[in-house]
Design a protein around this ligand. Structure first.
Ligand SMILES: NC(=O)c1ccc[n+]([C@@H]2O[C@H](COP(=O)([O-])OP(=O)(O)OC[C@H]3O[C@@H](n4cnc5c(N)ncnc54)[C@H](O)[C@@H]3O)[C@@H](O)[C@H]2O)c1
Length: 554
């Protein structure tokens, strides 16, 4: 049996929305309060008056238990149904729970200050704030989906619910802590959770409230992203009664600077952020790195929650705890390891992502899953058409597998002492290309893709890789829009700067090279890699081959 339960505070619209939803799904509608009155033969105010709240809750529990016998319905529950633990268990066991969030102000505007609501007892807005505040964590604990209703018509809320019910289940990947890693449907303690799913933007306030009920939040957001997502983030924080200050930074890498970090830290102080405050980073890797770095340094470190909005940030930069800013001397030269307290990777947030940014993230996923090998790589190859068509279930699956891979690596190697080196597949040549062609001219994903193709060529030249590895790598990169046909024209425009000697010099200058010897992560086969020091003569000869093919054009 699988009911759809609507939970939420009074005035959230459970009955109105429930009736409409039941109509759309062609299911019966049950109003739990009406059911209690029918079963008990008494009105709710009368039950409260004669039996007190405990007596009412008993009657409510009996009515809820009896629903188990009914055919699948849409059930509008009473606002306090989540107060009893046995009710929470019943709700979760008997169907999908949709929490309809509403602010106390909006709730009072909808139902009036007193009405026939026994619990308000004439207390108006203050009573509503107090009661909702005490229940918020229970609503969030019980909910499968959170839908914000403030400013939405009942019809709009119904559309959102229908979308949520169709969406893939949320996955939670656990990172760090005691070193274990789980991919489950349940959040867990120790380390931090990366939640991957839809509707997570709307849950931001509740999730933060669950981390720290009284913390104020400093939201650091990319101004471009905020234009499209800010409304929803703001409503989510307001609905959960989270106090927050907003700090917008211009979109783009130039915001990842020492100067911007300094301004933000001053702004946090002016906004009254204290040691208990939480930074919420809303944006791609730029904002995630910058806001994480500020969190790491403000008052010697406060918590950060990441809400990554690019695919790259969801699968890579938000996971692992590396934060930082760029210096005049180079990228990421000042930073700190500062793991987030929570990552909310909302697949829906990717809907507006430009194609080129999607490709950047896909290259990162391909890199990780080639290193990982096995089922996750096969699943990615099988589901890639869906991801490219922005199918939410396919994207969710790819992000979950990529995050699980990255989480495993960083959990085992929290401070980059060895294992993390595998994440550098494609980066040795990729970084050198970025330096010589110019950051921004050659997008990072395309640079890494070319680096991966070169690493595959090198691996087969050195006899390190099994037959077919280079072909599989190339075919995958082609499919995801980072093939030679895309990368080569950009490189050809910088041909004079890309001669092999210049590339070797750039690779030696990279902070990842050791004692002037260039190291490459090479794939022996999917799932097996090694880091190989390559002498200059060998490197130059393979680069000559690579360069000749570049000169020859595509
Ligand atoms: N910390 C790490 O481990 C790590 C790992 C990889 C990369 N990084 C860093 O991440 C940064 C790159 O991250 P990025 O690729 O996410 O770049 P980004 O943050 O600059 O975002 C790319 C562009 O996409 C836009 N954007 C973001 N979300 C959007 C959305 N949902 N819809 C429409 N547009 C959206 C942004 O405004 C920006 O213009 C670099 O600074 C890099 O050094 C860090």
């Amino acid at each position: 049996m699988s009911h759809i339960f609507l939970t939420g505070f009074m005035g959230a619209g459970k009955s109105t929305v429930g009736r409409l939803l039941a109509g759309r799904l062609d299911r019966p509608f049950v109003d739990l309060d009406a059911e209690i009155e029918r079963r008990e033969g008494s009105s709710i105010p009368d039950i409260f008056r004669t039996r007190g709240e405990d007596g009412f809750r008993e009657a409510e529990h009996r009515a809820l238990s009896a629903l188990a016998e009914l055919p699948d319905a849409v059930v509008a529950t009473g606002g306090g149904v989540v107060l009893r633990e046995d009710n929470q268990v019943l709700l979760r066991r008997s169907g999908a729970v949709v929490y309809l969030a509403v602010t106390p102000e909006e709730a009072i505007a909808r139902v009036g200050a007193a009405g026939d609501r026994p619990l308000l007892a004439g207390g108006g807005l203050d009573a509503a704030r107090r009661i909702l505040g005490a229940r918020l964590s229970l609503y969030s604990l019980t909910a499968d989906h959170v839908v914000n209703t403030t400013g939405q018509s009942a019809a709009e809320v119904v559309e959102t619910i229908l979308r949520r019910l169709d969406d893939p289940d949320c996955a939670v990947v656990h990172v760090g802590g005691d070193g274990d890693l789980r991919v489950t449907g349940e959040a867990s303690s120790g380390g931090y959770d990366v939640m991957i799913g839809t509707g997570l933007v709307d849950q931001a306030g509740l999730r933060i409230k669950a981390l720290a009920p009284d913390a104020s939040v400093a939201v650091v957001a990319d101004d471009h992203v905020w234009k499209s997502l800010g409304g929803r983030v703001g409503v989510a924080l307001d609905d959960a009664e989270v106090r927050y200050s907003l700090h917008l930074v211009p979109s783009g890498e130039s915001s990842k600077s020492w100067q911007t970090a300094g301004t933000l830290l001053d702004d946090f102080a002016s906004a009254g952020a204290d040691r208990a405050s939480i930074v919420l980073a809303v944006g791609g890797g730029v904002v995630g790195d910058l806001a994480g770095f500020c969190a790491a340094t403000y008052m010697r470190g406060i918590r950060v929650v990441q809400l990554p909005t690019t695919l790259l940030a969801q699968v890579d930069s938000s996971v692992g705890g590396k934060t930082g800013v760029d210096l005049a001397a180079g990228k990421n030269l000042a930073g700190a390891f500062w793991p987030p307290s929570l990552v909310l990777a909302d697949i829906e947030a990717l809907a507006s992502l430009p194609e080129a940014e999607l490709t950047n993230g896909l290259v990162e996923i391909a890199k990780g899953l080639l290193v990982n090998g096995g089922d996750p790589l096969d699943r990615f190859e099988r589901g890639l058409d869906g991801v490219l068509a922005r199918d939410r279930a396919a994207t969710c699956c790819a992000v979950r597998d990529a995050v699980a891979f990255k989480a495993r690596i960083v959990t085992e190697d929290l401070r980059e002492s060895g294992l993390r080196e595998c994440l550098n597949l494609g980066h040795t040549l990729g970084h050198a290309l970025e330096v010589l062609v110019g950051y921004g001219t050659l997008p990072h994903g395309l640079a890494v893709a070319e680096g991966m193709r070169f690493a595959a060529l090198l691996a087969s030249h050195l006899g390190v890789s099994s037959p077919g590895v280079a072909e599989r790598t190339t075919a995958l990169l082609d499919r995801l829009g980072a093939g030679e046909a895309v990368v080569r024209p950009v490189l050809e425009s910088a041909l004079n700067r890309l001669n092999p000697a210049a590339l070797v010099a750039a690779m030696k200058g990279d902070k990842k090279s050791r004692a002037g010897v260039v190291r490459f992560v090479l794939l022996e086969e999917p799932g097996r890699w090694s880091a190989v020091a390559v002498d200059d003569a060998t490197l130059l000869s393979v680069l000559d081959m690579w360069y000749a093919s570049l000169e020859g054009g595509v």
